[in-house]
Write a protein that binds this ligand. Structure first.
Ligand SMILES: CC(=O)N[C@H]1[C@@H](OP(=O)(O)OP(=O)(O)OC[C@H]2O[C@@H](n3ccc(=O)[nH]c3=O)[C@H](O)[C@@H]2O)O[C@H](CO)[C@@H](O)[C@@H]1O
Length: 366
């Protein structure tokens, strides 16, 4: 079978696609896959690095206010549809799968114009712009949360395929913390602000550095690729030292191997992160982004906190002192962490890739 995947901009839309491909290739080595992504999104690096053939189209999102930018957006959209059509005609896929983000709009629309079956996946409980646009002519729709189902005419709850991939990463896990200059026998706190990093979280971590230094747990902190230099400059300006129990990196590219091995996760409340952390049963401290559509991350974080799986900090109340206190309290309380881990695990969907692959296969014309 030949399948084209498209989705991107941010990691939350890319990893579910990669996880589906990964699982599918394990059971069908004859599967042929292409990925069409944006010229500027994270997918441009992540997808080829995963060994998948990648084609790019230029695309940008609509801005909310009336603006000339939107004229350019329409122009780029039509150009991307044309280019995607050419790519699809050459490859002749049996089905085209979209996992959200601006780029999936023109690619799946092109497939729909050519009469190729399309399948979309919605990771969030609130449906995104591209998926809303594509839903009318999509052959099948998979959603991660039951709450999203009612927003489509007909959709199947499959969970988030990335969850299955990180769970698979638990088996025979030989992850070596030495790759980050850390120890294998110390509990690890993982901190990252979604796939792009979050300035407010980065600042709070820098403020708390002197307190985190030399604790009996270690901190692995991913700043986001484009924010690493900014963080280093902040550390230098404040003349702070970074002790050996702390590693600061721009991005973690082997999260599926690392995440199973950490004790506590601190971060945003993006849908794919939530799927991973619940599938693995990780206690979490969530600082939801207030800058996303319909404030959906706050809803995600609140549902985790209500279930007893997470502590939640509102971004406007976050600073180094609050961050340190919340982390330190949990790292000093094994029983509390275990309790949170159990609650998190109860929310996890661990076979989502199987479910999603079955849905895609059901969309292909026999
Ligand atoms: C600001 C924004 O628009 N956020 C949205 C975006 O978030 P974003 O792209 O940040 O998505 P998520 O938090 O859901 O997922 C991040 C993904 O990146 C991975 N990762 C992260 C950091 C790192 O160093 N290495 C790494 O591999 C995580 O393990 C995870 O798989 O898409 C999500 C899923 O549609 C939405 O719910 C979010 O609201």
């Amino acid at each position: 079978m030949k399948v084209v995947f498209s989705g991107g901009g941010t990691g939350g839309h890319i990893y579910p696609a990669l996880a589906t491909i990964d699982e599918w290739l394990k059971r069908d080595t004859t599967l042929e896959v292409r990925y069409i992504g944006g010229e500027r999104g994270l997918e441009k690096e992540i997808v080829p690095a995963a060994g998948i053939k990648f084609d790019a189209v230029a695309i940008q999102g609509f801005v909310r206010a009336l603006s000339l930018q939107n004229v350019k957006t329409v122009y780029l959209f039509l150009k991307a549809v044309k280019r995607a059509k050419r790519q699809l005609r050459t490859f002749q896929p049996d089905v085209v799968v979209g996992t959200g983000g601006y780029v999936s709009g023109p690619v799946l629309y092109a497939a729909q114009l050519l009469g190729i079956p399309t399948v979309i996946h919605e990771q969030n409980s609130v449906v995104g712009v591209s998926n809303r646009f594509l839903a009318r002519h999509a052959t099948k729709i998979g959603v991660a949360f039951p709450a999203a189902r009612s927003q489509f005419k007909q959709a199947t709850v499959v969970g988030n395929p990335r969850a299955q991939q990180v769970v698979a990463g638990q088996k025979d896990n030989r992850f070596d913390f030495d790759t980050f200059g850390l120890k294998n026998d110390q509990p690890t706190v993982l901190i990252f602000g979604g796939s792009q990093g979050a300035p407010k979280i980065n600042q709070a971590v820098v403020e708390a550095l002197s307190q985190f230094n030399n604790q009996n747990y270690q901190i692995l902190f991913a700043t986001g690729k484009s924010r690493f230099d900014e963080v280093q400059a902040m550390i230098k300006q404040r003349q702070m030292t970074v002790a050996k129990n702390i590693a600061i990196v721009p991005y973690i590219s082997n999260m599926q191997e690392l995440m199973p091995r950490v004790e506590l996760v601190i971060g945003r409340a993006g849908a794919t992160s939530m799927a991973e952390q619940t599938a693995l049963g990780k206690p979490m401290i969530l600082i939801p982004s207030p800058y996303v559509t319909n404030d959906h991350q706050t809803k995600n974080a609140r549902s985790m906190a209500d279930a007893g799986a997470a502590a939640m900090i509102i971004e406007s109340e976050l600073d180094g002192a609050v961050l340190f206190k919340t982390v330190h309290q949990l790292m000093s309380d094994v029983a509390k962490r275990q309790e949170m881990a159990q609650h998190a695990a109860q929310l996890g969907v661990r076979d989502a890739a199987d479910e999603f692959i079955a849905l895609i296969q059901s969309a292909v014309k026999k």
